[in-house]
Write a new protein. Structure first.
Length: 325
């Protein structure tokens, strides 16, 4: 979440007339995250979240995101439920950009992650994968392993060597080497389906120490199911953003296996997928660190965290004989 588009009270007051959710009482921007503009609304009918889509989100993908949230909500999976307007539309336009309103979920994200939290996240992810097994809509992963080639080139051509060297000397060379390895040994036959693709702690709410909601489905897509788990390993299983916690990792896997059992192949390729996930977030953070507008009310995330994580998974992958597969 973030704020790129600034709104005033009059704009929101008029906008809410399209909906049957009461009149505006108050609102404030939410600065966490980096992708879209988000606002917490209080109306005479309750609390809601308004999202204005910016940057990487393509308007043609919005029906997919809405469909999956509606699908999961119907199956009692705690996630935002898109709100329909007076003309039965979910997607609106505000300040010339696509926008939606969803219901507000109780709870807060955690900053101190325990091994028990990792177990709960693993089981929740597996439940999400099972509940979307019959979900017929598909969306190509816009940040899949093949798509990252374009992002590497964009970083190479739009970010100065001086800027890159401040992050780490030869960082793009390392990323390119990792990319080449991942492409060479990428598993093509692992189970695929709907994945969240961004299940970080700030996208999970807890209430009374239980998971009360999963939010921010705007990277969700159709891809390798265990790649979703690889992203979560990067997000949940490091202490102080750099030290891999084996116990948290095992609890995450145990939680997932308690609902959907991973195959031997899925487990075998998990280090490679985790390395690819590290590279993906290093790249997007590197790009955003260099390109976020100075006037935006947004907190871009430092890419250096993922230099450490990528190093860890590169070392893990070196011990595995993917060459023999």
């Amino acid at each position: 979440m973030a704020v790129y588009t600034n709104l005033n009270e009059d704009q929101l007051y008029d906008f809410l007339k399209i909906y049957k959710i009461g009149e505006l009482i108050s609102f404030h921007g939410i600065t966490e995250g980096i992708e879209n503009s988000n606002f917490h609304l209080k109306t005479t009918s309750g609390e809601f979240i308004l999202t204005i889509f910016e940057k990487r989100v393509n308007k043609k993908d919005l029906p997919f995101f809405i469909d999956v949230m509606l699908n999961l909500s119907k199956k009692k999976f705690f996630c935002p439920r898109p709100i329909i307007d007076r003309k039965n539309n979910y997607i609106q336009e505000l300040n010339g950009k696509p926008a939606i309103i969803v219901n507000y979920l109780q709870g807060k994200s955690k900053t101190k992650i325990t091994k028990k939290d990792c177990y709960k996240i693993g089981s929740k992810m597996a439940s999400m994968h099972i509940k979307t097994k019959d979900f017929s809509s598909e969306r190509k992963n816009s940040l899949s392993i093949n798509e990252l080639k374009k992002l590497i080139e964009e970083c190479r051509t739009t970010i100065s060597d001086e800027f890159l060297n401040k992050i780490k000397p030869n960082i793009l060379k390392e990323i390119q080497s990792t990319f080449n390895y991942c492409v060479k040994f990428w598993p093509l036959n692992l189970p695929k389906g709907f994945i969240h693709a961004d299940l970080f702690p700030d996208n999970v709410f807890f209430h009374e120490n239980e998971v009360s909601g999963v939010i921010d489905f705007y990277f969700s897509c159709t891809d390798i199911l265990s790649y979703d788990l690889a992203i979560a390993i990067n997000a949940w299983c490091f202490d102080n953003e750099k030290f891999f916690n084996q116990e948290k990792y095992q609890f995450l896997l145990d939680g997932y296996n308690s609902v959907r059992k991973l195959s031997n192949d899925e487990i075998f390729y998990l280090p490679l997928l985790s390395m690819a996930a590290s590279m993906r977030f290093l790249l997007t953070r590197l790009y955003d660190w260099a390109h976020t507008p100075k006037g935006a009310n947004v907190l871009p995330k430092n890419p250096k965290e993922y230099i450490n994580k990528l190093k860890h998974f590169r070392e893990s992958v070196e011990k595995i004989n993917y060459h023999g597969t």
